[in-house]
Design a protein around this ligand. Structure first.
Ligand code: HEC
Ligand code: HEC
Length: 261
């Protein structure tokens, strides 16, 4: 334990020195955040490669928001973090700066790169950042996406959602009715819940500002379907291809059971 502590100490000191040298303009808060990130990253990357400092884009991708403790890397994959449960529900980022359209057609042409492939939306809605992403941060993310691109990187990520470009209330109603007609399996729902929702709503969640779904929960199948399909604040929407109507029915059965309803 003592040895490990010493090692962590030495690692974090060297990370701090390198960071201060590379990023001499950074303010104190930024520096603190980057050092925390870098400590874990440098321990990991030590075994894989010999690089001791990650690119600014990669650091930003792994940085936990000081608002709610969520990072881009919690939801999206850069190819190395697929072990994180949520990454299979949302699109990957390789080559995202060069896509012809992003965020379900919200950005096209030049706007794609100007918005870091659409990440400027995620920055404000999911990371809850108070100030817009800077030009420098946008550029660093674009460089990171580029560094991951292969010949197979998609020129556009296509998916169906009733949440974009605007929340389609009529389609939601149809879907709510369909989900309510299904019989949910609470035990399947528990597994799906742990995979898709537990990261934020689970007992071991480290995410801040999350409502408790198991204590005095006033919702029902209808409101759960609303949240899952539209998202809400820092909660992302889940498209049809990753969570079916039966999955929502199962999750709802589980939540209701836990609430004694
Ligand atoms: C809470 C989960 C979550 C977080 C955190 C998050 N995103 Fe997203 N992001 C989404 C969802 C949902 C979409 C739209 C659906 C999809 O792409 O699967 C999306 C879309 C995107 C897209 C557009 C994909 C395309 O081509 O249409 C990019 C690029 C992206 N995010 C990057 C980022 C970056 C960079 C960060 C960190 C600043 C970030 N996201 C944080 C959930 C998240
Ligand atoms: C990235 C974190 C995150 C994930 C993943 C997530 N949620 Fe949420 N959820 C939130 C946040 C934050 C809110 C509160 C939104 C607000 O009020 O601004 C919320 C709100 C809710 C609510 C409304 C609660 C209430 O009392 O009104 C329900 C229901 C819900 N989530 C269900 C789910 C289900 C089901 C899943 C999985 C399919 C899920 N959430 C996945 C973050 C998340």
């Amino acid at each position: 334990m003592k040895k490990l502590n010493q090692r962590l100490f030495v690692l974090s000191c060297s990370a701090l020195l390198i960071l201060c040298y590379v990023n001499s303009g950074c303010n104190k808060d930024e520096k603190q955040k980057q050092v925390t990130e870098n400590k874990t990253d440098s321990i990991k990357s030590e075994n894989l490669t010999n690089s001791s400092v990650d690119s600014p884009g990669k650091q930003l991708f792994y940085m936990k928001s000081n608002q709610n403790n969520i990072a881009c890397a919690d939801c999206h994959s850069d190819g190395t973090n697929t072990g994180k449960g949520l990454t299979k529900y949302f699109s990957g980022i390789a080559g995202a700066d060069k896509r012809v359209s992003a965020y379900h057609g919200r950005f096209t042409g030049e706007e794609v790169a100007k918005n870091a492939g659409g990440a400027t939306v995620c920055w404000e809605s999911y990371l809850k950042m108070k100030t817009p992403m800077t030009e420098e941060q946008i550029k660093s993310l674009n460089d990171f996406y580029s560094s991951l691109a292969t010949n197979n990187s998609p020129s556009e990520v296509k998916y169906e959602t009733i949440s974009l470009p605007v929340k389609d209330k009529a389609k939601l109603k149809t879907e709510q009715n369909a989900v309510m007609k299904l019989t949910g399996d609470a035990s399947k729902g528990e597994t799906t819940f742990n995979n898709a929702c537990g990261f934020c709503h689970g007992q071991n969640s480290t995410i801040k500002k999350i409502p408790d779904l198991f204590d005095e929960f006033e919702g029902n199948v209808k409101s759960i379907t609303y949240n899952v399909r539209f998202g809400d604040g820092a909660m992302p929407f889940f498209k049809n291809s990753v969570l079916s109507e039966q999955d929502i029915a199962d999750i709802s059965a589980y939540i209701m059971k836990k609430n004694g309803k």
